[in-house]
Ligand binder design. Sequence first.
Ligand code: ADA
Length: 581
Amino acid sequence: MTKTRTFQTHRVREVIPLDGTWVFTFPGSGGTLSGPDDPGARRLELEVPGVWETHPGRETYRGEARAARLLVAARESPARFVFQGVSHTCEVFLDGRAIGAHHNAYTAFACNVPRLTAGEHLLELEISNAHGELSALHLPNDYYNYGGISRPVEWHALSGPCFIETLHLAPTRVDAGWRVRWRMTIRNLGEATETGRVELALAGREWNGEPISLAPGATELEGELCYEASAVTPWSPEHPVLYEAHGRLSSATSEDDLVDRMGFRTVAVRGSEVLLNGEPVRFRGINRHEDHAAFGCALPLAAMRHDLELIRRLGCNAVRTAHYPNDPRFLDLCDEQGLLVWEENHARALYEGGDVRSITPHPMRHPRFAEQAETCNQEMVTQHFNHPSIVLWGILNECDSYTAFGRSQYERQFAQVRALDPSRPVTYASCHHGDERKPKTDICQDLPDVCGWNFYHNWYEQLDPAEGLRRALGRWEEKMAGKPMIVSEFGADALPGYFDPRRVAKWSEERQVVALLECLDVYLDHPRLAGFFIWQFCDVRVDEAFAPRRPRVMNNKGLVDEHRRPKLAFEAVARRLGGVG
Ligand code: ADA
C-alpha cells in the first residue's frame, strides 16, 4: 500500500514501502564521512521519514551521513526506488554500486535498476545537508535546512522492464463541456523493443490504444478525452470533486499501472482578477513552511492534516508553499479539502552575514543556481501537474528582480514553467519596492501573470498599511499594467507567551494581533487586490546566521507556535476572516 500519497497509486504494480528504521552512520568528528573504518563513527537507528535534528545529540549537525537498510527480493525483477525527498543532496548505492544522485530536499526522484536478483540487497544513501558549494538552494536562511530522508521511500518491484513513468492530465473547458489532454511516458528498462498496449480510464471514459512499439528508453503517448458538461462535476473550493485516472500497460513481459487524481477546473487571469472556473476568486491565504518542533521538515500525515484543519479554522482558503514544493500528501489533502495553492519553487533570496535586513542579498550568484533552480522547476511542475488545488506556480521569492542579470533568470524560468504547463498563471513575490527603505527597484513586473508583493509596512517600517499600499500602487500600478495583484506576505513577530497588554510592545502577542488586523482591514476587501497570504502559519526554526533579528533562533511570525499552540493572533484572525477559531 502506498504511503507517498493519500490514495492508492497502483493496483497492479507491487509497491513496498521502505519507511521505518534505517541505520545512519555519522563521522566521528567533523562533517565529512571517511571510509568504513572510521574508528569514531557513530551509528544510530533513525526513523524514515525523519530528520536527524530531532535525535538527541544531532540537533545542530550539518554535514554528511550514510543511511542504510537491507531489503529482500522474493523474486528477480526490475526495480525502481522512489524517494519523495532527501535533505538535501545524496548519492544512492545498491550493493555498493552507484544507482543515482539527487539534489534538493523538496522534490522526488527515482533510481531504476533493470535487474534486481532474488535475495538480500543493501540500499545505501550518502546524504549531506552541508552549506556551501554543494547547493545554491539550501543556504543559511530564514528557515532551516534539515538533514535526512525527510519524505517517504518506496521500492517498486516491477513485473517487467516496461512501466508507466508519468501521466499528465490537463483539463480545458470547450463549448460543449470539457476536454482532457493527457500525456503518458512509458519507460522500457530493457535492451529489446517490445510491443505494448496502453489503456486509460478517467471519469467514465476509456481510451484503448492500438499496440505500440516500446523501444528501450522513453516512449511518449498523448491523446484527448472529451466530456459533456453534465458528465462531470467541476472541482472548486466548495465542491472539491476529484476523479481517478487509471493508466494500464501490458506487454509480453510487463503488466503495470498508475493511478492519479485530477479535478475538472480552469484557472485564468482576466484584467486584475484571477478566475477559477470563470469566476473571480479572492485569496485569503496563509504562507506555510514545512516545519514542526517534533518532526523538523518531515511532518507525518497526521500533522499535515492537523495543520490544514487549523488553516481552515482560520477561515483561509489558500496556502502558499513558501518557499519550496511541498510533500505531495499535503497537496493531496488540499485537493481533497478544496484549498487553493500557490506552489513555489525552491529559491528564496539568500543573505550573508548576521543582520538579515541590512545585508545585501546576492541571490542567483552561486555557480549552480540556474541549473539547480531550473531542475527544481522541472521536477515541481511535472511531479505536481495533476493537483487541481495548485492554481499558481511561483518562482524566485525576493530574488534579484532589480538587476539585468536577475531579470534574465526570471525570464528564463518563467519561459520554462510556461512551456511545462501553459494552463496555470505564474507569479513571484517581490520585496524590491524602490522606496526609502528598500531602494532596489524591481524591473520584472511585466513578466508574471500575477504580481506578488511582500509588505511589512507596520512591522519592519512604521507605516500605516493603507498608506503603504497606496504608495506601492502609486509607484507600481503602471508597471503591473492592470494585472492581478496579491499581497504575498505581511505579518509581525510575536514571542509565544510574551504578553504586554499595556504597552503592546513589538514582539508581544498583543502587538502581533494589532499589526495583522491593521493589515487585514486594508487588504481583505481592497478592490485592487486579488487577495493576500499572511506570513505565516507557524513559527519556524531558522539558521543561526539569522539569530540577531530572530529571538529563539526562530521566525516568530506564526499564528501558532512550532508546536501548533495558538497565539492570540490565531483567534483574532479567525474572527476577522470568518473562521471558527
Ligand atoms: C521575507 C521572506 C520570508 C521571511 C519574511 C520575514 O519577505 O520572503 O521568507 O523571511 O521576509 O519574516 O521577514
